[in-house]
Every structure is written in structure tokens, then in C-alpha cells.
Design a protein around this ligand. Sequence first.
Ligand code: IMP
Ligand code: MG
Length: 185
Amino acid sequence: MRPYHIKDVLITPRQLERRVDGLARELAAGVRSDNLVVIGILRGSFIFLADLVRWFDRSDLHPRIDFIIMESYGHGTTPTAEPTVTRDCSIDLAGADVVIVDDILDTGRTLQKAAAHLQAKGARSVRTCVLLDKPSRRVVPFEADFVGFRIEDAFVVGYGLDYDGRHRELPHIAKVTFTGPADTP
Ligand code: IMP
Ligand code: MG
């Protein structure tokens, strides 16, 4: 595997906590519904979603919560295929106001596909909330309704995000810096 380090902290735990609190307020103001369903995209969203919904009770938001698994990345930092739903949502979405939660909006393919997929299940509305957005990487035209932080084009790990399956457990967001040449096939 290509040598790398993750010493550069882009977003600290304190910054994450404050912004996630702010996002929860924005959601509470923007999404009033008695049929609210929050759907996380696994695996990257698990920490962000858990922290986000912890702020909901103070705003009297009481969503049902489910997860879907979407896969597109093989190993490394480049998507290998179109994202597909490999584990579907099991809540009935007919008439629901859905908020999709994901870790990062990159090319836009995953969220575009997820939004269309959940809309097709009969949701009344589908909105999207991401912790991170890399606008310069967009391949399909897609913007999230709620964005935590806009970042430059760097590959990042931590707070749920992985590089080759690792580093999700970091309490901060760090940049992956490659220190050697790529493997030659
Ligand atoms: P998109 O379909 O290209 O928008 O990619 C979205 C998915 O790619 C995210 O849910 C992440 O799993 C993954 N991804 C994109 N950029 C990064 C990154 O910098 N670090 C870790 N995962 C990433
Ligand atoms: Mg992901």
C-alpha cells in the first residue's frame, strides 16, 4: 500500500461539536414534519448521524432512523464503480419527509442515487445533510440542503470517514498525505 500519514488535523473535535450543534438547529428550523425519517448512508455517516440526532430532542424533533448501505469505493481514494444500494431501508417511506445523512459530498454520485432511490419509495420530500462538501470534485450536478463544512480537494479521514476501511475512529478530521509513490500494478 502507498505510504501515507494523517498528522494534519483539518477540523478539531471542538469545531465538529459546535458545527454539528449548529446543523441540528438548521435542520430543526428547516424541516418541520410529523413524519420525519432520517436515513444514514453507511458506513461513513455513523458517527456524524449519532452526534447530530443527539441534539434533536431539545427542538422536539423525533424522527424514525434507519440506514442504507451504498458502495462504490474499492480500495483507496478513487471510486471504482457507480454506487449501488447493497442494504436497503426497512421503514415505509410513503408520505415521509426524508433527510439523508452522509459523511461527505464528493462527486455527487452517491447522494444523487440515494435521493432518487428513496424518492421512488414514495417519500413526500427528500433532503440531504452532509458533514463535509468538496465542491471542486463534483461530477454530477448535486448540492446538499445542509452542509457542515466546505473543504478543499483533499482526501480526509476520521469522525466516520475512512481510508481503505481505516481511521474512522478518529475524533477529528485529518488529511491523508501520501509520502511515497503509488503502487505500480
Ligand atoms: P461521491 O459519490 O463521490 O459523492 O462520494 C461519496 C462517498 O465517497 C462518501 O460517502 C465517502 O464514503 C466517500 N468519500 C469521498 N471523499 C472522501 C474522503 O475524502 N474521505 C473518505 N471518504 C470519501
Ligand atoms: Mg460513504
